[in-house]
Ligand binder design. Structure first.
Ligand code: ZN
Length: 202
């Protein structure tokens, strides 16, 4: 805790001062171009890996960078998506999975989640990705994790496409969705390529 309090004091003294104009501009409004959906994992820093500033990314984070299916009920994720798309008018949505994801490991081994019933329930939203991977390959466990991570990004994109406010804007080309996987140990990002039907380095 001491680390973050000292960090704040340092921010107030130098970080804020350096960006005073930016923060003044942002004090009354925001107009981010990108909705960035990623995992809660502490090793991911959306602004650092995209070298962006406050105000650039509207961020939704949860275990496994999941987008629950669209329903008529309200939930925090659907509300945040609606706000980003309709109120802020973001032009791009990035779904960013990552290497060594605990949520993906959990989705691959739900029997190990007895002490984490909420996690287990939440990861039901990934089960389709696990089924797809396990039905098509018999690989080493490490490859399986990578494959599920990629397949999960694609699954969550398909869910986004079912949100009416997004599908409407996709038909007019006013919004684009991108699938990314961030490799923590290498600092690289692979992006889903529609033409090649695979993830290639950005
Ligand atoms: Zn993760």
């Amino acid at each position: 805790m001491e680390k973050i309090v000292n960090g704040y004091l340092q921010f107030k003294e130098s970080g804020f001062e350096e960006r005073k104009d930016l923060f003044e501009k942002l004090s009354n409004s925001q107009s981010p171009e990108v909705l960035f959906i990623t995992c809660s994992d502490s090793r991911i820093d959306p602004n650092l890996i995209t070298q962006t500033e406050p105000g650039d990314l509207f961020v939704i984070r949860n275990a496994g960078n999941i987008v629950p299916p669209h329903t008529r009920e309200s939930d925090g994720i659907a509300a945040s998506i609606e706000f980003a798309v309709v109120a802020l008018g973001v032009k791009h949505i990035v779904v960013c999975g990552h290497s060594n994801c605990g949520a993906m490991k959990g989705a691959l081994n739900t029997s190990g989640l007895t002490a984490l019933p909420k996690v287990k329930g939440w990861l039901n939203y990934c089960s389709e990705a696990v089924t797809i991977v396990q039905s098509r390959e018999r690989n080493l466990a490490s490859d399986e994790l990578d494959s599920v991570t990629q397949e999960n990004v694609l699954l969550q994109i398909r869910r986004l496409e079912q949100y009416p406010e997004i599908s409407k804007r996709m038909t007019t080309g006013s919004i684009e969705i991108h699938g990314w996987v961030y490799e923590i140990g290498e600092g690289t990002i692979k992006c889903f390529n529609q033409e090649k039907q695979g993830f290639i380095e950005l």
